[in-house]
Design a protein around this ligand. Structure first.
Ligand SMILES: [Zn+2]
Length: 115
């Protein structure tokens, strides 16, 4: 955000935010900037953050891990917003068990549907 530009008013995250709360919060924080950057450039930032998560996993640094997981989730949320996907609705795909076999835990022979 440019210096001097008024910050948009938005509610802070509740103590136990749902995925939709988090997506809307990230959109309030960065949505304007992310829309200017566009979907391809913002997706590239998500991929870069995934790389940082890989490095944190390799380093076995618990604090860095928490930070990188939060950053990846924030970039995923903003990419979803730019693509017009509501994450809370999208994760309903897993609400009744594995999307392929319907079981919990998954009983698919070749691994879960997300592979
Ligand atoms: Zn399954």
């Amino acid at each position: 955000m440019d210096a001097g530009e008024p910050r948009p008013a938005h509610a802070p995250l509740p103590p136990h935010p749902g995925l939709g709360d988090f997506q809307r919060h990230v959109e309030a924080l960065y949505g304007e900037r992310d829309r200017r950057r566009g979907l391809p450039g913002t997706f590239m930032w998500l991929v870069e953050e995934v790389g940082e998560l890989a490095r944190a996993l390799r380093a076995e640094d618990p604090q860095a891990l928490a930070t990188e997981f939060a950053d990846v989730l924030a970039w995923l949320a903003t990419v979803a917003s730019l693509a017009g996907v509501d994450l809370e609705t999208a994760v309903g795909r897993y609400a009744s068990g594995c999307p392929r076999c319907g079981k919990c835990p998954c009983a698919c022979r070749r691994g879960p549907a997300r592979e």
